[in-house]
Design a protein around this ligand. Sequence first.
Ligand code: FES
Length: 118
Amino acid sequence: MADKQLFVTSLSDLGDGEVKQVIVRNMCLAAYRVGEAVYVTSGVCTHGHALMADGYLDGYEIECPLHQGRFDIRTGVPMCAPVTVALESFPVEVVDGNVYLQALDGAAVERQAENVAT
Ligand code: FES
């Protein structure tokens, strides 16, 4: 495991079909589990100030709780109006039942930390 990997959650705390909010290095993120696959995106909707962890996960799509915009959790790409800007998507690795973010660049940390502060 590389030094820069950051713990997100254990698989036992994230059930199949669930989404949960996680804070990693002051970044507000959303972690999703579909079967054995785990995905992590930025945790705040790009349309307004809604938490993706409060949304509805349907397969690989998360629906924002505020205006029902939908994103593909695998890529962060918006799927329907009113969202037009993608969520940031983060590569993850599962090691011994724990989910880790792979190396982050400093810009990603800054962008997501701003979401927590606002
Ligand atoms: S705040 Fe998420 S769709 Fe408007």
